[in-house]
Design a protein around this ligand. Structure first.
Ligand SMILES: [Zn+2]
Ligand SMILES: [Zn+2]
Length: 347
């Protein structure tokens, strides 16, 4: 065990993002690099243009669906638990429970282990493998919902509210705003679990990613395009990117009720801004309690916070005797806005 090894000497914040020096590897870099490890397919983590990309098979498929086959020079798939050695650094990927294919990057060098969580959540999600805590010396975490006010209710409860509204207003079409990667497929799976066996209608921006999930064996049931031929759809549920909910596109539907599914729906002003009559607090990120629980589970004496509400988490970590600091990585936490426009997005 190299007691004197400082983790900053081999995992650093560079201009392109988090960098593992001995492996010459960037993790979720925000600009094109020679060698990138991508934790998951959201656009604020998976950018196009890298010379080589290391990621799980689903993440590579999402990257190609998003940016085209030539999103990177070369691709290398790493399955969960599989190990790879790069210039003496042992690299493996462990489920992060965030979206299909999402992974924590586990880096080991000279007896020291750094885990980069990417984005993660702890709630069960029928569309992806559950988060697995890995004991480590340094845990690199997000803090998207790193404030005590963020305590997500059970997703099943929010789905029940949606279905209650659907039964209450049978003349209405319910449109649910959800990010195209991850949230949409999780909502579909949760609706199926709740017994909704009607077809679900999809905005065009979601079709491809839903097909991709299905191709990886995720059951989504009967999906149909919410195009002009579908008609006004009274009594049905339509899923669309959040930006489409208040758009002209949505006006074709009968006596519309608009819902938006996001962890941010806890914040009244955000729900208003998103024009959500029915805000559904369903998040793909850890809430406050789960962030703290995760710090306990991984037991790292040192925590680095990449983005989000860093200050409260750093303070709470300090109370647990953990040395914590903010990395202030740029370009993170924007997936919510950009995911909706993913197909047309410039690399
Ligand atoms: Zn994400
Ligand atoms: Zn993110």
């Amino acid at each position: 065990m190299a007691a004197t090894l400082r983790p900053e000497s081999w995992v650093q914040v560079s201009a392109a993002g988090l960098y593992c020096l001995p492996a010459d590897l960037y993790i979720d870099p925000h600009r094109a690099v020679d060698r990138a490890l991508l934790t998951h397919g959201h656009s604020d983590h998976a950018r196009a243009g890298h010379r080589s990309v290391l990621a799980t098979e689903p993440t590579l498929a999402i990257l190609k669906a998003r940016y085209g086959e030539s999103a990177a020079g070369s691709y290398q798939a790493l399955a969960y638990g599989q190990r790879l050695s790069l210039n003496g650094v042992e690299i493996s990927l462990v489920p992060a429970g965030h979206v299909l294919g999402s992974a924590q990057a586990v880096l080991e060098w000279q007896g020291q282990r750094v885990v980069v969580s990417g984005d993660f959540k702890r709630r069960p999600d029928p569309t992806c493998a559950p988060f697995q805590p890995v004991p480590c010396d340094v845990f690199v975490t997000e803090a998207t919902f790193g404030l005590p006010v963020f305590r997500h209710p059970p997703a099943e409860q929010e789905i029940a509210r949606l279905l209650h509204s659907v039964r209450l207003f049978p003349e209405s079409c319910h449109i649910v705003g959800a990010y195209s990667l991850g949230k949409a497929q999780r909502l579909i799976a949760l609706l199926r679990q709740a017994g909704w066996d009607r077809p679900l209608f999809l905005h065009g921006a979601m079709e491809r990613l839903c097909q991709l999930y299905q191709s990886f064996g995720v059951e989504l049931g009967w999906l149909r395009p919410a195009n002009r031929d579908a008609g006004p759809l009274p009594g049905e549920i339509v899923l669309a990117p959040p930006s489409a909910v208040a758009d002209r596109w949505a006006r074709r539907f009968a006596e519309l009720v608009t819902a938006v599914a996001s962890g941010w729906m806890r914040v009244r002003a955000r729900a208003r801004q998103a024009r959500a009559e029915l805000p559904l607090v369903i998040s793909d990120h850890a809430d406050w309690d789960e962030l703290l629980e995760t710090l306990d589970d991984v037991g790292a004496p040192e925590v680095w916070v990449t983005h989000g509400n860093e200050e409260a988490l750093i303070h709470a970590a300090g109370l647990k005797g953990i040395r914590a600091r903010a990395l202030a990585l740029i370009g993170r936490g924007e997936e919510d806005e950009t995911a909706a426009a993913a197909p047309a997005e410039a690399p």
